[in-house]
Design a protein around this ligand. Sequence first.
Ligand SMILES: O=c1ccn([C@@H]2O[C@H](COP(=O)(O)OP(=O)(O)O[C@H]3O[C@H](CO)[C@@H](O)[C@H](O)[C@H]3O)[C@@H](O)[C@H]2O)c(=O)[nH]1
Ligand SMILES: [Mn+2]
Length: 734
Amino acid sequence: MTTLSATKPKPSALHTLKVDPLARFNRVHSLLYSLGILALLYRHCTSFLASPSFLSLLLFLADLVLAFMWGLVQPFRWRSVRRREFPERLMDTVGRREDLPALDVFICTADPHKEPPMSVVSTALSVMAFDYPTDRLSVYVSDDGGSEVTLFAFMEAAMFARYWLPFCRENGVQERSPEAYFSSNMCENYDKMKMMYQAMKEKVENALQRGHVAGNDLIAASEELEIFKKWKGFTRRDHPSIIQVLLESSKDADIMGDALPNLIYVSREKNITSPHHFKAGALNALVRVSSIMTNAPVVLTLDCDMYSNDPKSPFRALCYLLDPAMASKLAYVQFPQHFEGLNEGDIYGGEIKRLFRTNARGMDGFGGPNYVGSNCFFSRRALGGIRSSALAPLDSHESKEPRPCGSLRLDSVMKRAHEAAGCDYEVGTKWGSTIGFRYGSLVEDFYTGYRLHCEGWVSVFCDPERPAFSGDAPKNLNDALGQVKRWCIGLLEVAISKHNPLTFGIRKASLPLGLCYGYYAYWGSWCIPSTIYAFLPPLALINQKRLFPEVSDPWFYLYAYLFLAAYSTDLVDFLRAEGTIHRWWNDQRMWMVRGVTSFPFGTTQFVLNHVGISTPGFNVTSKVTEEEQSERYDKGMFDFGGVASPFFVGLGTVAIVNLSSFLMGIARAARIEGVFDEMFVQLFLSGFVVANCLPIYEAMFLRKDAGKMPGNVTLISILVAGFLHLIGYFMFTI
Ligand SMILES: O=c1ccn([C@@H]2O[C@H](COP(=O)(O)OP(=O)(O)O[C@H]3O[C@H](CO)[C@@H](O)[C@H](O)[C@H]3O)[C@@H](O)[C@H]2O)c(=O)[nH]1
Ligand SMILES: [Mn+2]
């Protein structure tokens, strides 16, 4: 098999690629397992035909969806690849540092209360301090929150950068986000840098508390005060565009006299009548504004919480973007999302290892990973379709990209930039449909990457040992489930669009890539098997109705094989991606939890949106955790945080239905001979759910702290569970 051998690295190669040695094993396993699935479906058909019933139809449906999803994940495991790049060789090929391509970094923020300005500032400082020629580096901040406090924070950051950049360079700091640096390094209290940072932080937090900047003593310079006058009669949904050049490379220098990168604040125009397309709209405004101001051929997109953890990461990306063999078709280089501060067992499955790692490697074997919204270096050509800014591959003799203007602050430049950030700019254009980040889905990242692949672009997954970027994962259950619910809605939007991966994608991208995208697009359909399996077996169990073969039946072994093989390959994949058993257990639990919360709620919401009862909204994930809450998180306690979330009712109901059925079932099996064998599968399934729900029972009945399950949620769950038992009773016995 040729595909299994690694490509022979040349001594000067900038990168290498190696196919996973287990790929061959995975393929054999896939074939065997698919025979098992066929056998199962055959059994379903025959037993349904023998005695048609609604019950067996439901079970059939559940297994059919599982089989469908199983089919869609196979390409991820078929040709998984590992890449390595050699950034230290890059300069040998590029020559002088002046010959490196310019880099524009986009950072999005949307809400100063969920995304504290100081952490956005820290992200920006971490990339301003990239180990990259500062005169070739520009950082753009998009503020969809239209917050004067965020702008104020960035003005402060511009001053702080004069000290911070040289400090990082001189001390060889790797973690160049001051927030991360000062919280993880034991610096002496009298450290000047830290004091300076603290002072800035206090000032900004002060302003955040007051909610405004103008009219108090925070700002001395009158021209700066002038800017904040714009905030009169301002709302975040209705305001003119505001663009502020805070640092300009050709004019501003740090305390050592070295040039600083450009730093530009952009809050695009909003009004209530124009759709703003959430983050995709924000990014497209930045694509245009930056093309007027700096027009770098390489663009890095970052979420406001994803700070740089390795100042050399642009060099890694350039190993691919500048490779003449790749450059013309390469749209983006995606780094994984890595999260800091996860607790030891990662109770909410915040790593999302398959999405961000395992599956990305799998897609990379067929043309590249999906775009995940952050930590991604784009070739501007893939976004804007603007010819002039093509990256000149190393071996070409094209002239380097034109620098578009002299000074960023020139009136003519600012005027054009403001227009480009205006609401009307996109009317009648192809922005969002064939240009830039694509509109029409709440997961603009997924959709954009997918469409680029359909247009013939490729991408690369770059996963160095030291995480290049690091950010926040939700630290309470409601947020974690809400985030996946939003994704589920966005993915379904892609699934039902005319660009459905299973029809359009497999033709335009490739069969395997189309299936991979299809797998995600139909994520929401997990709710069908998980809801059926959560309720049907236990309700049948308590009413002494057998749904599965008994242990003595040969068909039982088929069920045992399908279950054990699925779980063990999943475990092996997880462990091979630097996972632990403890984290895997929690991760599989979270899949079940999402299956009865995020997915059914997301699917329902999607349907409501679709028929026009509600409209899609981008609920920004909160990046602040209260102290008490984060203490509980660190202890690994589930946090139901006093919110009466509908998610928790779903969860509580599943927990109670399974517990009651399991206890009754076990009691009966202990009394009556033969019941254990007869009901084994259902006893096992309910027992498995109960084992997964242990923290939920604890939160419902034992805990007293503020993170316990709210009393009314427990009560409603008990009532709903009772009601379901009643329905079950009528269904199974009458
Ligand atoms: O109208 C909006 C909404 C969000 N954002 C920004 O988008 C980013 C992601 O938002 P977040 O609430 O953190 O969403 P997550 O679910 O954590 O993000 C994942 O999923 C999103 C799609 O749903 C992608 O955009 C992200 O890159 C990806 O990390 C943040 O920087 C926000 O400030 C905007 O700029 N404008
Ligand atoms: Mn996020």
